[in-house]
Each structure stands twice: as structure tokens, then as C-alpha cells.
Design a protein around this ligand. Structure first.
Ligand code: IMP
Length: 177
């Protein structure tokens, strides 16, 4: 186990790069099966989901579209949950098969607040794929269709996730010591 320091905090290895890659390929395989013959539009939520979305996309063998949008600002170690606005959502979602790609569902507030905006556009279907889910922290009702890992309510960094702007480049996921 390796310990790293980011800003003022120490983090220890929690999920190895191999473990993450294996799970991402399993999720992609499930999506390949579920969406065979269909053409989903993946909406990946920036910034945290960029690595997950990229790796997931590499494993897809179905036709699929991808767009990135920005929703909320998230500062420090507590989820603010303040959804500001969605930037970059240009596609008309009417009749589309949408799959939201999220890095982590914590309280669930971000997605819970955002989903009605998407549903308003009447997509044919709407599913959620999240790499991580802090089940004990989730306060808002959400149906998560594809979950990479269920994790305890501890702050994590790496593989796209940051602590005050740093740590997104790490291939592994680290947990606060
Ligand atoms: P929620 O609205 O509480 O579900 O928070 C979702 C967002 O908070 C995620 O997309 C992340 O950007 C951020 N977040 C929540 N927990 C963590 C964490 O442990 N590490 C880094 N970012 C987190």
C-alpha cells in the first residue's frame, strides 16, 4: 500500500489501476449487451468523469455518441451539491437513449437536481453509469443502473477525482487516511 500527500492530506491506495480497468471493461460489456443494435448518447459530467468516460468508451463495440457537460462546482472536501447550470448540452435529447456518466455519486444531490432537466427533453430512455457510489452518504433518491464500486463514506481522489484541484491524473483511486 502506498501513501501519497495531496495539499495537506494523506491518502492511501484503495483501488488499483488493474482493478479499476477490469471493472470498467465489465461495465462496458454490460452496456454492449444491453444496447446492442441501439445507439446511446453518453453524457459525461465534467470534470471528474473524463477518465472513466474515456476508458469506458474504448471498450464499447456498439454505435455510440458522447458529449461532455459541466454541471456543478465542487470545492474542498464536502460536496456542495450546488448545481449551477449545465454547459455544453447542445444535443436535442428527444427520443434519444441517454446514459449519464458520472465519476461518483455521493449525496446524490447533483444528479437528482439535474435529471428533471434532461427528462424534460423527453429522451426515449435515461440511465446512469457511475464509477463509484458512496451508498451511506446518498440522501437523494436515484436509480443507478451501472455502478463500478460501492465505497464507504470516505473522501477519495484519483482517476479523474480531485482534492482541491489535484490528484485527477492518478491511475489508481486513493482514500483519505
Ligand atoms: P453529490 O451531488 O453529493 O452526489 O456529489 C457529486 C459530486 O461531488 C461528484 O461528481 C464529485 O465531483 C464530488 N465528490 C463527491 N465525493 C467526492 C470524493 O470523495 N472525492 C472527490 N469528489 C467527490
Amino acid at each position: 500500500m502506498s501513501v501519497i500527500k495531496i495539499h495537506d492530506k494523506s491518502f492511501e491506495t484503495y483501488l488499483s489501476a488493474e482493478t479499476i480497468q477490469q471493472r470498467v471493461s465489465e461495465i462496458a460489456a454490460a452496456i454492449n449487451t444491453d444496447y446492442k443494435g441501439r445507439r446511446p448518447l453518453f453524457i459525461a459530467i465534467l470534470n471528474g468523469s473524463f477518465m472513466f468516460a474515456s476508458d469506458l468508451f474504448k471498450h464499447l463495440d456498439i454505435e455510440a455518441e458522447l458529449c461532455f457537460i459541466k454541471l456543478a462546482s465542487y470545492k474542498g472536501m464536502k460536496s456542495s451539491g450546488n448545481v449551477v447550470t449545465s454547459i455544453g448540452l447542445e444535443d436535442d435529447l428527444f427520443d434519444k437513449e441517454v446514459i449519464i456518466v458520472e465519476d461518483i455519486v455521493d449525496t446524490g444531490k447533483t444528479l437528482h437536481k439535474f435529471l428533471p432537466k434532461l427528462l424534460h427533453q423527453q429522451p426515449q430512455s435515461l440511465k446512469i453509469a457511475t464509477l463509484l457510489h458512496k451508498t451511506d452518504a446518498t440522501e437523494y433518491p436515484l436509480t443507478l443502473d451501472y455502478v463500478g464500486f460501492t465505497i464507504p463514506n470516505k473522501f477519495v481522489v484519483g482517476y479523474g477525482l480531485d482534492y482541491d484541484g489535484l490528484g485527477r491524473n492518478l491511475k489508481e483511486i486513493y482514500q483519505l487516511v
